[in-house]
Design a protein around this ligand. Sequence first.
Ligand SMILES: Cc1cc2nc3c(=O)[nH]c(=O)nc-3n(C[C@H](O)[C@H](O)[C@H](O)COP(=O)(O)O)c2cc1C
Length: 325
Amino acid sequence: MSNAEEVKKALVQAADAARFAPSIHNTQPWRWVVRDGRLELYGVAERQLTEQDPEGRMLLLSCGTALHHAQVALDAEGWRYEITRPESPENGPIAVIRPADRAAISPDATRHFQMLQVRRTDRRTVSDEAVPDDVVSSLVKAAEEAGARLHVLGRDQVLELAAAVDQAQKAQDTDDRLRAETAEWVGGDRPEGTGIPASALPEELPLTTVAERDFQVRGTLAAGDGHDRGATYAVLYGTGDDAVDWLRAGEALSRLWLAAAEQAVSLLPLSGPVEIPSTRVALRRMLGGTGHPFLALRLGSLDPTHSAPPHTPRLPAGQVIEIAD
Ligand SMILES: Cc1cc2nc3c(=O)[nH]c(=O)nc-3n(C[C@H](O)[C@H](O)[C@H](O)COP(=O)(O)O)c2cc1C
């Protein structure tokens, strides 16, 4: 195989592996183009939640997780590469990956790649056993290595988060257009390859201090009768609020989610309070005004008494990957 063919094959494989990435409501709002030895990433406006996410922040976070997944796939094949993230992409790609040469494959890279298929959103209650401090520290480090920060909330701040989550949920519940949009993406069995199936949602919302997002759909997942006493709550944040910062935040989210999966820690994103301007301000205050909140997260030890939710569906490769040459 020529070098050009090898690069092309690796890029197609990387884009394919990125299909496993998490996204808001499983919208998978990305498209890849393999062209002239590079992999271009585009956001897809048709799969943006225009009511819930009019500014496209959650879309960019989601594209960032896909971008990181592609990097993990290239790392696992020993590729070295450069990434550019144009500041004002307009109609162009939001990121471009250009492979350079090969290096030795590290055991970390292989493990991270395996985690792409293990990671999932787990809305079951977590066990009462707290996530050990050294594991939380390793997740803080993983976020920092990916260019973001993780602020772990103390007890009082958990109550503030609970209030912000509650306020955001109420604001969203009383918005008819938003409810209609959610209903398009959530519930049922999702044969079209997008959205959140009933099998990934709890039969009943668990009674927790910080509420899970109420999608207004009854699921079929046995969520467990636990609480969130053992959970650790955190806010993923950064110093910038531009499009490129949200894209990078998505890369950090993927990085730390894979690290969590590797250590049997369940991670549940809580994006409601970031989506509503007033509660986003409340989260910002919790950071002492020093950063821009990207996402609130629940971290917990897995409760082994119930089986894990099945994987959510994904769009076929042909619908998200274009080979232009
Ligand atoms: C930016 C972002 C925000 C999310 N927000 C929430 C949320 O508020 N509540 C929730 O239950 N899941 C949330 N999720 C999880 C997605 O619903 C989940 O990633 C998607 O359905 C795909 O399922 P999977 O993660 O199991 O592969 C979010 C995911 C991302 C990437």
